[in-house]
Design a protein around this ligand. Structure first.
Ligand code: SAH
Ligand code: SF4
Ligand code: F3S
Length: 455
């Protein structure tokens, strides 16, 4: 089938984690390489793609409202189709398949997390046959590395080193919608990293649901530390990764933070809870003591490492005592950033059958107390940066004030500073500049950028 989307306009709505963001870059690249152009709004678009997430209920239910809300928006003048094409991909697509078409008859295409490559053909068929198309596979046979890709930023790249998850934390839907762990070969990863470096990319983030177990399926034992070294050897300036399961974080990887200059001093290490009873019920395979020991070792190697984490409040069975264990852990560790979630029941996961003993009010109250603590600790932890010079990779302008540049420190902290006079944001984006910090807020630093430091 010869597929040509010349004259078509598309937009993509992306929800959820970096996996979806990366998949959206592939969808973007594919449609663009077939002649379509990206537009900002649904009004201008002939094709609307939803890359969906079902990790919590809120994201899940929102999709239906959003799809319904675009149903009656008229097509633009001279649109190449008589009816707007709506495609649903990502994790809800994978989970619900044909059911989505039954529930929302105006949807044209549903495609699974392993079927991204099929989207153009499915869209074409939906036009030709004027009926909805659905393609869902249970597992991937290959990585979509050969698909074209259009990166969101020219200077930053997400590089998936593995897909899927084998951990089956009892609350989590991800293993059911992303399949089992599957690693890419080291050669494949390194050659993609080299291409990015040649292309002027400054920062690579290696992606996987649990990068620490990278290689186990392929080589019989984890080889993540080796991947870090090999990718750093390509000459990339900044290297990061997400996400890392505490049960599989090895000493070798911890030591990499001391050995590899490009590896940034920041680590997202989701703890989920500070109570050993709850950690066990979550099937996390570590204790809070083990987690604290990991943090001690990390700080021995990189004293100022910026730690961030995820926490679920109100897991079934969580008592006030369990919550206080979490509260103490957050207070003790000192995180620069904590993503706090209220437990959301996901049908099909083991925890969906566990009994909930706390009331909604109790859970909300725990959540509010935790958020207050997180903010207080984040503010305190930022204060030592006052008066320091930090090197920032410029990402764009501040959302609130377009006269300020915005970028990130090696520790992944957001920094704002006035754009130096005589310079434009376009020439600064993707470059490094030193900022002298004179204000430390909870979620960002601000200061004065030195125009002579740009590199
Ligand atoms: N693989 C990653 C995270 C995947 S999901 C990891 O293991 O860290 C991102 C976060 O969503 C999780 O860390 C968890 O805190 C949260 N999450 C997952 N399922 C959830 C649920 N059912 N209810 C509330 N939060 C959940
Ligand atoms: Fe979900 Fe656990 Fe896998 Fe992370 S490690 S994706 S939380 S099952
Ligand atoms: Fe959501 Fe799927 Fe990621 S459920 S968090 S988009 S793997």
């Amino acid at each position: 089938m010869h597929i040509d989307f010349t004259g078509f306009a598309f937009c993509i709505h992306t929800f959820g984690c970096q996996m979806n963001k990366h998949d959206s870059e592939r969808v973007h690249g594919m449609l663009e390489s077939l002649g379509a152009v990206q537009v900002e709004t649904v009004e201008e678009a002939d094709i609307v793609v939803f890359m969906t997430c079902c990790v919590r209920e809120a994201a899940d239910t929102r999709l239906y409202g959003q799809v319904a809300s675009i149903k009656n928006i008229p097509l633009r003048e001279n649109a190449p189709v008589s009816k707007r094409l709506i495609a649903i991909g990502g994790c809800i697509g994978q989970r619900d398949g044909e059911r989505l078409i039954k529930q929302m008859p105006h949807v044209s295409v549903v495609f699974g997390t392993h079927n991204i490559h099929s989207l153009p053909a499915l869209l074409y068929k939906a036009i030709d046959d004027s009926k909805a198309q659905c393609e869902i596979e249970d597992a991937s046979n290959s990585f979509p590395t050969d698909l074209p890709q259009r990166r969101e930023h020219a200077w930053a790249a997400w590089l998936p080193i593995m897909i899927g998850c084998n951990n089956f934390c009892t609350y989590c839907i991800v293993p059911y919608v992303r399949g089992r762990e599957k690693s890419r070969t080291i050669e494949d990863i390194v050659s993609e990293a080299k291409r990015y470096v040649d292309d002027g990319v400054k920062e690579i983030t290696l992606l996987g649901q649990n990068v620490n177990s990278y290689g186990r399926d392929l080589y019989g034992s984890p080889r993540f530390a080796e991947v870090l070294q090999r990718v750093a050897d390509t000459g990339i300036e900044r290297l990061r990764f997400a996400t890392s399961h505490p049960k599989d974080l090895t000493d070798e990887v911890i030591e990499s933070f001391g050995k590899i200059d490009a590896l940034m001093p920041a680590l997202h290490l989701p703890v989920q809870s500070g109570s050993n009873t709850i950690l066990k019920a979550m099937n996390r395979h570590y204790t809070h003591e083990h987690y604290r020991e990991l943090v001690r070792k990390l700080r021995e190697v990189v004293p100022n490492i910026a730690l961030s984490t995820d926490i679920i409040v109100g897991f079934p069975g969580e008592t006030e005592e369990d919550f206080l264990d979490t509260y103490r852990l957050v207070s003790d560790i000192g995180y620069k950033q904590v993503f706090t979630f209220i437990y959301s029941k996901r049908n099909g996961t083991p925890a969906a059958t566990y009994e909930q003993n706390a009331s909604r009010e109790e859970i909300q109250d725990r959540f509010d107390r935790l958020v207050d603590l997180v903010q207080k600790r984040a503010f305190e932890l930022n204060q030592p940066d006052f008066g320091c010079d930090v090197e920032v990779l410029v990402e764009g302008v501040s959302k609130r004030n377009p006269s300020l540049l915005s970028g990130r420190t090696p520790g992944n902290q957001t920094v704002h500073a006035p754009i130096p006079s005589g310079m434009t944001i376009d020439e600064l984006c993707g470059r490094f500049i030193t900022v002298h910090v004179d204000l430390c807020k909870t979620w960002y630093l601000s200061g004065t950028a030195d125009p002579k430091s740009v590199r």
